[in-house]
Ligand binder design. Structure first.
Ligand code: 8X3
Length: 248
């Protein structure tokens, strides 16, 4: 049985990916900040799993948590670097520096910490797969997306660099870049403003977290000699980061 570690598993894409990979027979390490949410996910999982509570933004917490894992949960075959958020949607001159730092700390530095904590064991075994969750926002900037887009562009470029460095070791490295996915994402971005969050997904058929989980599962299920390096997934109603058909 293979073991997958998923960050940001307490909601959205991370939650849906955990559910699907469990159905497909993976042993899981489900990571997040919210113990109660992870507990709820735990009750829905069909395979052996362990909850690991930490904040990806806290470097020492990340390393300590991963250090705490015991066999068989400490041999990670698949890392899904999903944790990340948007904070605010404001033009650069009005945006909050705290929001900017939260996105750099979580989306970029957090992903780096988790990767750095798990990479040595994959290198030593010459085996493993890393899937980073980027965004269409990392492929193209959109107005007011500034630092969110930059943080996801960093994920995109880091994925490429990591794939180069992992090439001699047979480790598969890829990224998935979703467009609009109806999750808590916009509620977090707009700090709990639910009507504003709902308007992001109004009059279009957004992706569901399960749609993205299916695509991640496709990257995982590809034969060992196949790396899905880069997968952009959009709702059919979305043509680019900011061209959306809201007529449905
Ligand atoms: C989430 C997609 O288009 O809201 O990363 O930036 S978008």
């Amino acid at each position: 049985m293979k073991t997958a570690l998923i960050t940001g598993a307490s909601s959205g894409i991370g939650w849906a990916t955990a559910l699907l990979l469990s159905k497909q027979g993976f042993r899981l390490v489900i990571c997040g900040r919210r113990q109660n949410k992870l507990q709820a996910l735990s009750e829905a999982l069909e395979t052996p799993h362990q909850i690991l509570t930490f904040d990806v933004r806290k470097r020492q917490e990340v390393f300590d948590a991963i250090e705490r894992l015991e066999a068989p949960f400490n041999t990670i075959d698949l890392l899904v670097n999903n944790a990340g958020n948007a904070h605010g949607l404001d033009p650069a001159h009005e945006a909050s520096l705290d929001d900017w730092e939260a996105m750099i700390d979580g989306n970029v530095k957090g992903l780096l910490y988790v990767t750095k904590a798990l990479l040595p064991q994959m290198i030593a075994r010459k085996n493993g797969q890393i899937i980073n969750v980027g965004s269409i926002a990392g492929k193209e900037a959109y107005p007011k997306g500034n630092v969110y887009c930059a943080s996801k562009a960093a994920v995109d470029r880091f994925t490429e660099g990591l794939r180069l460095d992992c090439n001699p070791f047979g480790i598969r490295v890829g990224a998935i870049h979703p467009g609009l996915v109806a999750t808590e994402f916009s509620e977090v971005r707009f700090k709990g403003d639910q009507p504003r969050a709902a308007s992001v997904y109004a009059k279009l058929q957004a992706l569901t977290a399960a749609d993205v989980a299916q695509a991640i599962a496709y990257m995982v299920a590809a034969p060992a000699h196949v790396t899905i390096a880069d997968l952009t997934i959009l709702p059919t109603d979305q043509a680019s980061a900011y061209v959306v058909n809201r007529n449905t």
